[in-house]
Design a protein around this ligand. Structure first.
Ligand SMILES: Nc1nc2c(ncn2[C@@H]2O[C@H](COP(=O)(O)OP(=O)(O)OP(=O)(O)O)[C@@H](O)[C@H]2O)c(=O)[nH]1
Ligand SMILES: [Mg+2]
Length: 345
């Protein structure tokens, strides 16, 4: 069960590609497409609410294992640039670069674009991602693209097997009420294995619940392991109590304030004490005020691109996370909104 997110330049053919790969399913600020053939199951996510908001971009990438960056013959635009910075902030592991709309260009220009992309992505998480030339019009490269996705998918399955024995965590992206069933949530098992009748807790509200039933791609199952996209019927909780980003787990930290050790990306603008940053952890986000910046053991008034610093951030909204989670720092007022990332001390 592989999950991919399609991102990149505007008008690069992202939505056309998603529609060619799968059957359109749920639509919100992210649009999901499903593909199933034999044991090959693929979820394709188009973060349609991006670039208006960075939330759907971060949410889609968190719900996926593979990022697909689309670059058309006209090249990278500011959004593809921002997507690269986002992937870097997320430390995104798996991905591919697609040179799209190949039917509208010629080989020499594609080679030049490829060289340019290699230069731009050098030293980033994208450095060793493969480049594939595709067209959804002539179907050039489409089979190769699918094959690559399934190959990386197998690698991810192996990684997930290792994570299946950890304590269970489910990242929720949707919740609704179904007549006769009650609260149903959709999400991803991000670690461990869940079973029907398991007792868990919804965070950050700390509400206990029981898993009544589990579905994977519309089929009832008794257990679901790390990597699975699941639909869960829950007992002991109402759908109105659960929001996108909530986590089902047995052990999360809940707080309004955080102290994190951060890396501010070289090209990002800095920030000052008193600024309000939007901080993302998993699918949750909260506006947090910068209260203290510590650089090289000394308190300072500002942080700038390239800095490593310890930040004390305070907010008014409870968020939940665990010790190893990555926090993404953004400033929604800037043109390029991603600032950097951090971890708990
Ligand atoms: N010639 C050609 N046109 C394409 C190809 N893929 C998409 N298009 C066209 O390019 C335009 C944009 O395609 P979309 O799939 O909407 O691109 P997008 O990246 O989702 O666009 P935004 O969401 O607006 O950023 C449409 O007119 C498509 O028909 C392709 O491979 N070849
Ligand atoms: Mg689109």
């Amino acid at each position: 069960m592989t999950k991919i997110t399609i991102i990149g330049s505007k008008q690069s053919g992202k939505s056309t590609l998603a529609a060619k790969l799968g059957k359109k399913g749920n639509v919100s600020d992210i649009t999901m497409y499903d593909y199933a053939k034999g044991d090959k199951i693929l979820t394709i996510i188009d973060p349609t609410g991006y670039p208006d908001s960075v939330k759907p971009l971060i949410a889609s990438l968190n719900l996926s294992d593979i990022a697909v960056l689309c670059v058309p013959p006209t090249g990278l635009d500011v959004y593809a640039g921002e997507c690269i910075v986002c992937l870097e902030c997320m430390g995104y592991k798996h991905g591919l670069v697609l040179l799209t709309k190949s039917d509208t260009t010629y080989p020499q220009a594609t080679d030049e674009l490829k060289t340019k992309l290699q230069k731009i992505t050098k030293g980033t998480v994208l450095e060793h991602w493969e480049h594939i030339i595709v067209s959804t019009k002539t179907f050039e490269g489409m089979e190769e693209f699918k094959e690559k996705i399934f190959n990386i998918g197998e690698e991810i399955d192996e990684e997930n097997i290792k994570k299946a024995t950890l304590p269970p965590r489910v990242m929720i992206d949707q919740s609704f009420n179904v007549t006769g069933i009650g609260c149903v949530v959709l999400g991803i098992v991000t670690q461990g294995t869940i079973k029907t009748k398991d007792k868990m807790v919804a965070y950050p509200i700390k509400k206990p619940l029981e898993i009544r039933s589990i579905q994977m791609h519309d089929v009832d199952v008794k257990t679901a392991a790390c990597g699975a996209r699941v639909g869960l019927a829950l007992k002991g909780i109402q759908s109105k109590d659960i929001d996108r980003g909530y986590v089902l787990s047995n052990d999360e930290i809940v707080s309004k304030d955080i102290k994190i050790k951060c890396k501010i990306l070289p090209l990002s603008k800095g920030f000052n004490i008193g600024n309000v940053l939007h901080v993302f952890v998993g699918l949750q986000s909260a506006p947090l005020r910068v209260n203290c910046i510590e650089k090289n053991g000394k308190n300072t008034d500002s942080a700038s691109g390239g800095d490593e610093c310890i930040l004390e951030l305070t907010g008014t909204k409870e968020i939940s996370y665990s010790q190893q989670d990555r926090f993404i720092l953004t400033n929604l007022d800037e043109k390029q909104r991603f600032l950097g990332y951090g971890f708990l001390q």
